[in-house]
Design a protein around this ligand. Sequence first.
Ligand SMILES: Nc1ncnc2c1ncn2[C@@H]1O[C@H](COP(=O)(O)OP(=O)(O)O)[C@@H](O)[C@H]1O
Ligand code: SF4
Ligand SMILES: [Mg+2]
Length: 372
Amino acid sequence: MTETTDDESQNTPADGPGDAASPAASDAEPLLRVRGLMRHFPITKGLLKRQVGAVQAVDGIDFDVYPGETLGVVGESGCGKSTMGRLITRLDEPTGGSIEFEGKDITHLSTGRLRPMRRDVQMIFQDPYGSLNPRHTIGGIIGTPFRLQGVEPEGGVKKEVQRLLELVGLSPEHYNRYPHEFSGGQRQRIGIARALALKPKLVVADEPVSALDVSIQAQVVNLMDDLQDELGLTYVIIAHDLSVIRHVSDRIAVMYLGKIVELSDRASLYASPLHPYTKALLSAVPVPDPKRRTERDRILLKGDVPSPINPPSGCRFRTRCWKATEVCTTTEPPLVALRTGHQVACHHPEPVTGEPAAAGGAGGKESTGGHA
Ligand SMILES: Nc1ncnc2c1ncn2[C@@H]1O[C@H](COP(=O)(O)OP(=O)(O)O)[C@@H](O)[C@H]1O
Ligand code: SF4
Ligand SMILES: [Mg+2]
């Protein structure tokens, strides 16, 4: 552990509590608006299935996603990222809070009434092996969304599927092949083609490259980035570390044990992380220039993420935090803006340094949506 800063300043908001989780400057309406989102999985006991507790997988999170932007969501395994992804795509139903898509409340819509929204919101899954039915041809797999939604594309399904194959860098001749004939990277391209079939507005990608070889990861991430520009897509991309999403995200939400602990535009987060957990995650990202390593010495986090069945009182990160004090045990820190477009939930945040969001200091993505 190399942390030396000892900033005991209390967490005073710069912008007031502000609107939850909006980018620095935006007058656009969010595509997705999430407030107080919760998913508690009941733990039951005995024949009568009496509830004896709950897994607090997602426990009250607020964020917006704006048209054309990429929101990256990071956090260690078990922090509730996949559960959050399944909630906002309504593959799962929240136990609290609300989700609005294009201004419409979709929090508890029934399967039937969700149908129109299913076209507009698609998910890309982590496992390119498990997510494609091995008995179906590629043509059948990518064509399924048309059949499910009763959509007949111009020129027919086959022609449209072949166009989609080309769009994701595969050959139209792959139409009659089976998933086992493809590599992991190619399968993920097939998964992307399937997700894009119905021209969705929002794509939620849950660790889309974690199962792939490192050498292939950048190709798939770049493909997603290109497709976003070409098709005007909005992304929520989930990852367990900051290296994959650093180049593609306009804004980043850091999750810890069912909560968002920091939410910021990318440049500000990389230049000046405010939450100790974010600082630790960032310190694990390889730095291309070893001379810069000294500024950002590796912080090794002790132990694992605690159980979401019985999370620590106060700040959930306190059992692993080198800055924890008494107040961290008793009082949960609220998520507040310490600078425009940069929110953190910590009683003793890191000092705010540098200019926010200026000149892309952290390198990487050019804004495509005007919200960076
Ligand atoms: N269907 C479920 N029933 C009970 N617990 C679950 C279920 N799905 C996920 N969990 C638990 O919720 C927590 C968050 O899981 P998950 O959302 O998969 O996290 P992540 O994607 O960040 O690794 C974990 O403790 C996990 O075991
Ligand atoms: S325990 Fe939580 S609130 Fe306290 S300093 Fe650490 S991160 Fe901040
Ligand atoms: Mg997951």
